[in-house]
Design a protein around this ligand. Sequence first.
Ligand code: A2P
Length: 265
Amino acid sequence: MNKNTRIKLNDGLTMPVVALGVWQSHEGTKNAVLTALKNGYRHIDTAAVYHNEKAVGEAIKESGIPRNEIFVTTKLWNDDVRSGNTREALKKSLENLGLDYVDLYLIHWPAEGYVEKLQKEGLTRNIGVSNFRKSHLQNLLSKVHIVPSINQIETNPQMVDEETIQYCKENKIGVEAWSPLGSGACLNNPKIQEIANKYQKSSAQIILRWLLQKGIVILPKSVHENRIKENIDLFNFVLENEDVELINQLNQHKRTGPDPDNFDF
Ligand code: A2P
């Protein structure tokens, strides 16, 4: 595994295993994306509701990197899912990004709605979902023709939804971790710090490497150059199984974000 490693999705397309997340990057977004691209990231994860697609698009253009070398994800907001306004919403995102297509379009929360036609039209290469638990996926799969290629869920040492991850594996749905660092909350965990000392790595690197070794795509967010670099510098060490297991034991099913079974927006 190296920073150019890509996982194969269920439709044969591939995705780089490390992305830059830009939720809450605010006015630091453009600079963060430029910094990430300069340091080897080729995967950027945004959403309509983050209101920073324009900045992401500007950075991609300014980087000079060919479009087809960068994997871009954005997400469809709940109101547009429920109203069926999906094509207009994706067109708006593409206009903001200054792109003809995105690589992955995700239904942001498990609101009922369909996006299959957008893939057929070529506006997105892949379609997927976010924040779907096993029951939401079961409901979806009973109604659609295309199995989502990805489910992006909150995953970090204190929050692992094993049941959903197992269901995704069984159904060839790739798993991406949002808030892989628990929005920073996992960094001070003494066990993680102990393991970090053992490998002479930062707590962030230990957590991110743990997720990669579990086959999960990561999208750490940072607006700081040193951290952006650190968060993709994960390929010159391997966690021993016993350390993977120690981190597995930290799971408390404790979310930093909303509960997908009970969200009201
Ligand atoms: P910042 O953007 O100021 O660097 P998550 O990806 O789990 O949501 O975590 C993001 C949070 O963790 C942000 O507050 C970010 O702050 C911080 N962060 C990201 N990378 C690192 C790192 N390598 N070391 C310490 N904090 C980090």
